[in-house]
Design a protein around this ligand. Structure first.
Ligand SMILES: Cc1cc2nc3c(=O)[nH]c(=O)nc-3n(C[C@H](O)[C@H](O)[C@H](O)COP(=O)(O)O)c2cc1C
Length: 393
């Protein structure tokens, strides 16, 4: 997808700059034409030679180098760019891009270009949370700049916080998605549910399940990339960094039901991949129960969300995560819940199901069953959308 694309990789002065060498190398391996621009501060962290050696292009470090492409025509690179990536993006460079302060070639190039811009912030957690950085990021979002991360993890300071630059492999896949041409979900409004719900027992204890939300996230990303307007209603997620979709966080099955019911009339499609608790505690305790006082818990059924949605008004896709009688249960769900498609997966299969990056599923619909091999959840998400598309008029 990125073969022969002109990608401008802008590297700024963060400790994460070393990751961009790997990113440059990955882009070159995919046959992209990579032009690196570095700030003066970036040169304190990584060498120009690493990038020029990998990309086979001279690195741009300033406006006034007569031997560089920019020294001869300062907007040439901007006009030819298919994508501009700023990774890592420091707080300083984020502010300059947001305000259009073009004292650095990176900002000048972004201002003079019509290419999409993707930035990967990297900084200390408190810096990232500061009002200034958050405001600047909002300005960039309003300018349709795509922002990836930052992720939570161990920072150079030794603390665990949000501030780590998105890993190069993830950035590469985000770059590939930007170039993905298939826009067959344009004008479709979709709700995706993901993650496990929580049913509180008392203020400290709850009942939940093993869902990581990865399958739902993959579906929301695939829909977004294919042009849909996506609302993601989610419980517990292992990674909440998805961008470009509306995110609504809920706790219980009841919360999820309410959020869906409020929207369902305005949407075309709902894909329910969340692991919704079937039962809740009948009388939730307002105070922490003493362990001596717990002898049993009384449960009551949660509403069946999928069943409660009118299938004549919206296309419904459900999931059946089973440990036995997979297809039989999925077929039953297809008819009793008035769904167009059930994605059935046996969660006991090795490498498949909860928490895994891969899944093996069977697509069950009214014309039969399609057994798919084990594949990445991101790939399976597209297969599900390919099938779902046939139900959308
Ligand atoms: C060791 C070290 C690590 C740094 N890491 C970061 C960082 O991760 N993010 C950041 O915003 N600034 C970081 N800085 C500060 C920037 O380098 C500084 O703000 C610089 O002016 C950024 O310039 P630039 O945006 O033009 O590259 C770091 C500074 C030092 C000395």
């Amino acid at each position: 997808m990125i073969e022969n694309k002109n990608i401008v990789l802008c590297v700024t002065g963060s400790i994460a700059a070393y990751k961009s060498i790997y990113l440059a190398s990955s882009l070159v391996k995919e046959n992209a034409n990579v032009q690196v621009i570095m700030t003066e501060a970036a040169l304190e962290f990584v060498g120009e030679a690493s990038f020029s050696g990998i990309t086979h292009n001279p690195v741009i470090t300033g406006y006034y180098d007569r031997k560089s492409k920019l020294g001869i025509d300062h907007i040439d690179i901007a006009k030819k760019a298919d994508l501009i990536v700023v990774a890592p993006a420091t707080a300083n460079s984020i502010a300059k891009i947001a305000l259009g302060i073009s004292s650095e070639p990176i900002v000048g190039t972004i201002l003079a270009s019509k290419a999409p811009v993707l930035i990967a912030p990297a900084m200390d957690g408190d810096m990232y949370n500061s009002t200034q950085v958050q405001n600047n990021l909002k300005v960039l979002e309003n300018l349709s700049v795509k922002i990836s991360g930052p992720e939570k993890g161990r920072l150079a300071s030794g603390i665990e916080e949000f501030g780590r630059m998105t890993e190069p492999d993830k950035l590469l896949s985000e770059i590939e998605k930007i170039f993905s041409k298939k826009k067959d979900y344009n004008n479709i409004k979709a709700i995706v549910t993901a993650g496990g719900t929580i049913e509180e027992i008392d203020p400290v204890r709850f009942i939940s399940n093993k869902s990581s939300g990865k399958m739902g996230i993959a579906i929301a990303e695939a829909l977004r990339d294919r042009g849909a307007k996506v609302t993601l209603i989610h419980g517990n997620l292992s990674d909440n960094s998805i961008i470009g979709v509306e995110k609504i966080s809920i706790k219980s099955a009841e919360d999820m039901t309410n959020e869906i019911q409020n929207r369902v009339n305005y949407f075309d499609l709902i894909i329910m991949s969340a692991a919704v608790a079937d039962y809740k505690i009948k009388n939730k305790f307002n105070q922490k129960i003493k362990k001596e006082d717990i002898s049993h818990l009384e449960l009551e059924r949660n509403p069946d969300i999928l069943k409660s949605i009118d299938g004549s008004k919206i296309i419904k896709v459900g999931f059946a995560a089973e440990t036995e009688n997979l297809i039989e249960n999925a077929k039953k769900k297809l008819s009793t819940k008035d769904c167009k498609l059930i994605v059935a997966n046996d969660i006991t299969l090795p490498g498949s199901g909860f928490g895994s990056d891969e899944n093996k599923a069977t697509l069950v619909h009214n014309k039969g069953c399609e057994d798919l091999p084990l594949m990445k959840k991101s790939e399976l998400a597209h297969k599900i959308l390919d099938k779902t598309k046939s139900f959308i008029k």
